[in-house]
Write a protein that binds this ligand. Structure first.
Ligand code: AMP
Ligand code: MG
Length: 394
């Protein structure tokens, strides 16, 4: 059976290049992937500025008492240097002339009408010099970069208001299972609530992809095939099939994909939870047949689908971090590699992973506390340090 690492390598080879780019506004830029380095088109700061409220004098002003000749506000262009023996009232952010001296307001006192007394010498460190943050032409944000509030603010400060970013991957999610009802319905005996639809919808919001179509399609093979065919007309980058990926009477995912022209690349992966797993390709669409049990759906999304989404966006695969195992449920050796739901925390500055209980892959009792998956290699017990994959954006 294919190992998790082999699936990783296969996904990487199927997504050798990031997808196309598009220009967007900064208000849409959160969690998008910048594809063009952000370069300064001018020095930063663009002119010498005051970092304080105070007084502008000549840098070599010898007098202790000077005449106040005018007031200068931020937003105006720099005033000429005042003549010796005089000062200009300056506010934080005001543009300054060359050879300026600045004295903080706290280091002065009134000395009769229109005069102030200078209690200290001008302090050059009060001036934010042109180009002291960065020089024209410097790259302040390399590409690719995942855009966050800090980086979006930086782009705004540079006047980059239409950044070039990766187009969002387009995803279709078809949910099989005659037994499923919408979560807002009361299931009859034998029915269960569909959890995978909201799971994938929210995961795609967190990991930046467009959900083009999402549909419950039951277990009728003909209807399932038709739904697949129609959804492919929207040219998704990724087709996600929920359930129907194993070998049961209703498990049509593999044969329907083949009929629709997909090449099946693998049908099983040695992972727990999540063994029935299909990976297939047709032109520019990757199809994932994900196990229907919600915990397996969750794990296979984080291990495999998320990796493909990141690579299509131009980002490296998600980081596996090293954590200290702390007491939780005992994890014994299993022939399959296990990705165990855990709670990531910290203890004296180190990352910790506490395994959470789950009885089987339909058991969601711990999913609300789960913020990571802990890797337990095949045939081994869990031990410290362990490898973990955060399941919230990190
Ligand atoms: P399958 O992969 O179709 O064999 O489904 C495996 C198990 O997961 C079955 O017990 C299904 O009832 C359950 N299941 C499938 N899809 C969902 C879903 N969307 N939400 C909750 N449970 C599901
Ligand atoms: Mg099913």
């Amino acid at each position: 059976m294919t190992t998790v690492n082999q699936v990783f390598a296969q996904i990487d080879s199927l997504t050798p290049q990031p997808g196309e780019t598009e220009a967007i506004s900064l208000t849409q830029a959160m969690h998008r992937v910048l594809r063009e380095p952000a370069m300064t088109s001018e020095d930063q700061p663009p002119f010498d500025r005051s970092s304080t409220d105070g007084y502008l004098v000549r840098a070599d002003e010898p007098a202790k008492k000077v005449r106040l000749i005018s007031t200068h506000s931020p937003g105006q262009s720099a005033p000429p240097l005042p003549p010796a023996g005089s000062a200009i009232r300056i506010l934080t952010g005001s543009a300054l002339p060359k050879h300026a001296g600045l004295i903080m307001q706290e280091d002065t006192r009134p000395a009769g009408a229109d005069f102030i007394e200078l209690l200290k010498k001008p302090d050059p460190t009060l001036i934010r010099l042109q180009g002291s943050h960065s020089r024209k032409g410097s790259i302040l944000l390399p590409a690719p970069s995942l855009l966050q509030p800090g980086s979006i603010t930086l782009l705004a400060s540079l006047g980059i208001t239409q950044p070039k970013v990766s187009r969002l991957p387009r995803v279709v999610h078809l949910v099989t299972g005659e037994e499923l009802v919408d979560p807002n319905q009361n299931p009859a005996h034998g029915q269960i609530r569909d959890c995978n639809s909201i799971l994938i919808r929210t995961l795609l919001t967190s990991f930046s992809a467009t959900l083009v179509t999402q549909q419950r399609v039951g277990d009728d093979r003909k209807l399932f095939r038709q739904a697949c065919r129609l959804s492919l007309a929207t040219q998704p980058d990724i087709l996600l099939l929920s359930g129907a990926s194993s070998v049961g009477d209703h498990d049509h995912a593999g044969s329907v994909l083949e009929e629709l022209g997909f090449t099946i690349l693998l049908r099983q992966v040695s992972v727990r939870p999540g063994k029935p797993f299909i990976l297939a390709q047709n032109n520019n669409t990757l199809a994932f047949g994900l196990p229907g049990n919600p915990l397996s759906h969750f794990v296979c999304f984080h291990l495999f689908v998320r990796r493909a989404l990141l690579r299509l966006s131009g980002l490296p695969p998600p980081p596996f971090l090293s954590a200290t195992l702390i007491p939780g449920v005992t994890i014994t050796a299993n022939p399959r590699e296990t990705w165990w739901p855990c709670h990531l925390g910290s203890d004296e500055g180190s990352l910790t992973a506490q395994p959470l209980p789950w009885r089987d892959s339909s058991d969601l009792s711990s999913l609300a506390q789960t913020n990571g998956l802990l890797r337990v290699p095949a045939g081994q017990e869990a031990r410290s340090p362990c490898e973990v994959l955060p399941t919230i954006p990190w």
